[in-house]
Design a protein around this ligand. Structure first.
Ligand SMILES: Cc1ncc(COP(=O)(O)O)c(C=O)c1O
Length: 467
């Protein structure tokens, strides 16, 4: 009788009338007894409420909006495990179709079936591209009886952290070409100067994370071609097109950066950035099967049949691959082109408005829908971009302020990334908010935020960029 009463009480108790809501959520130990799903749901959901509003995050490259059909498809297929290609052969087939589509967008010469894979994001894809290069180099060196203990690769100092990880994880020296106020992207001559017989790869970036610019892949390719011819080396290129891979095929088809170039052997991108799929999905494609070492393809038979996988991760959701295929079908070439053109327009609009607010832009070019700016020197101003960034969070906006890479590390910049979901009206709201907070900061005698920045040891040194 007593038990029945307890059950009835639980069934009729409102969520916030429950005893669970009167306790703190478990932080270190698994709770001894179960919690009703509706109450557990509410507890977790309420905690997640403290996260920022993804749509107001101008910092991220990652997709924060998909339409209702994509959301429905992803929700309905989230139980699929991408690695289980024998249980989900159609998802595997769709992955293969996506690889072919990506490869063709990047002008792969391999027809009809191209070599590549989906990954959890660009990071895994970059690792695979780098690893393939390392293995190719080792094999070639071993065949000639040469040592293989000192490999290196070359990348701009504005690299994304994944390349530092690649360097540490696989013990490959990372040689960086410094970007500076004069050389704002990776200089091709500087690349060549760093190459030697132990160079496994050069990694230009299309959509440099810190600046939004593109390294000149063609120029690097051409100089590398001369060097390879002269020395007999075979230094290849992996293009880290985390952002640009889904931008330039649509809006900039004449930009030669992809498999049309002789030494570009592999390309990676993030499907969850400008591929417009929720995280996490990335893509890696090799120009030809021969550039993917055989021992990177693992045959797994215990899932039902003998299936090859190329991945560092094993189990991973398959619904992102289906969502990528959905976007490719739904938007088509023209759909992607229109959206990418629009976000570039919104980005330019925002940039022009910020120039009017007297900020100094890092570059005149806007190849990708993101840009960075800095403050012009003004002895009367007692606030920094960190202060502005802090104040914008009061209205929910996340606009990061950070210092640039080596040789520009004293420069504080702010960055805006424009993704699908940011229109002109939205851009106007952002500018109004920026203007309001700038006015407030200008009126403050000494802002608490500035003090905060000083406490964080940040250097307050505005700089104008000369073009
Ligand atoms: C140039 C570049 N490479 C790699 C990455 C890592 O991408 P992901 O987050 O998809 O792993 C990023 C992420 O911003 C990037 O900008």
């Amino acid at each position: 009788m007593k038990n029945n009463k307890t059950k009835r009480d639980i069934a009729t108790t409102s969520i916030y009338g429950s005893s669970e809501e009167m306790r703190t959520a478990p932080k270190t130990e698994i709770p001894k007894y179960p919690t009703e799903p509706r109450i557990a749901y509410q507890l977790v959901k309420d905690e997640a409420m403290l996260d920022g509003n993804a749509r107001l995050n101008m910092a991220t490259f990652v997709t924060t909006w998909m339409d209702e059909y994509a959301t429905k498809l992803m929700t309905e297929t989230m139980d699929k495990n991408m690695v289980d290609k024998s249980e989900y052969p159609q998802t595997a087939e769709i992955e293969r179709r996506c690889v072919n589509i990506m490869a063709n967008l990047w002008n792969s010469p391999e027809k009809p079936n191209c070599t590549g894979a989906s990954t959890i994001g660009s990071s895994e894809a970059c690792m695979l591209g780098g690893l393939a290069a390392l293995k190719r180099w080792k094999k070639a060196r071993k065949a000639k009886g040469l040592p293989t203990d000192n490999p290196n690769f070359i990348i701009s100092s504005a690299f994304q952290v994944v390349w530092e990880k690649f360097s540490h994880y696989w013990d490959v020296e990372m040689r960086t070409v410094p970007i500076s106020a004069k050389k704002i992207t990776m200089d091709a001559d500087d690349v060549i100067k760093l190459c030697d017989e132990n160079t496994i790869l050069v990694v230009p970036i299309l959509g440099v994370t810190l600046t939004g610019l593109n390294d000149d892949v063609k120029k690097i390719n051409d100089k590398l071609d001369k060097l390879n011819k002269k020395t007999g080396w075979n230094i290849a290129i992996h293009v880290d097109a985390a952002s640009g891979g889904f931008i330039h095929p649509f809006v900039n088809p004449d930009l030669i950066w992809d498999f049309r170039l002789k030494w570009v052997y592999s390309i990676s991108t993030s499907g969850h950035k400008f591929g417009m799929v929720y995280p996490g999905i990335g893509w890696i494609v090799w120009k030809d099967k021969k550039y993917l070492p055989d021992d990177m393809v693992f045959q797994v038979n215990y899932l039902g049949s003998e299936v090859g996988t190329i991945s560092i991760n094993f189990s991973r959701p398959g619904n992102q691959v289906l969502a990528q295929y959905f976007q490719l079908i739904h938007l088509g070439f023209e759909g992607y082109k229109t959206i990418q053109t629009n976000i570039l327009k919104v980005c330019k609009y925002l940039r022009d408005r910020l120039v009017k607010l007297n900020f100094s832009m890092f570059s005149k070019d806007l190849p990708n829908p993101l840009f960075i700016w800095t403050l012009k020197p003004d002895p009367k101003r007692n606030w920094t971009l960190y202060d502005l960034s802090d104040r914008m969070t009061m209205d929910g906006w996340q606009i990061p302020a950070y210092t640039l890479s080596k040789d520009l590390e004293d420069v504080i910049v702010m960055r805006i990334v424009v993704r699908q979901g940011t229109g002109i009206d939205y851009a106007n709201l952002l500018i109004e908010n920026l203007q309001r907070h700038i006015d407030i900061l200008n009126k403050l005698e000494k802002s608490t935020e500035s003090l905060l920045a000083i406490r964080r040891n940040e250097i307050i040194k505005p700089r104008i960029f000369h073009h």
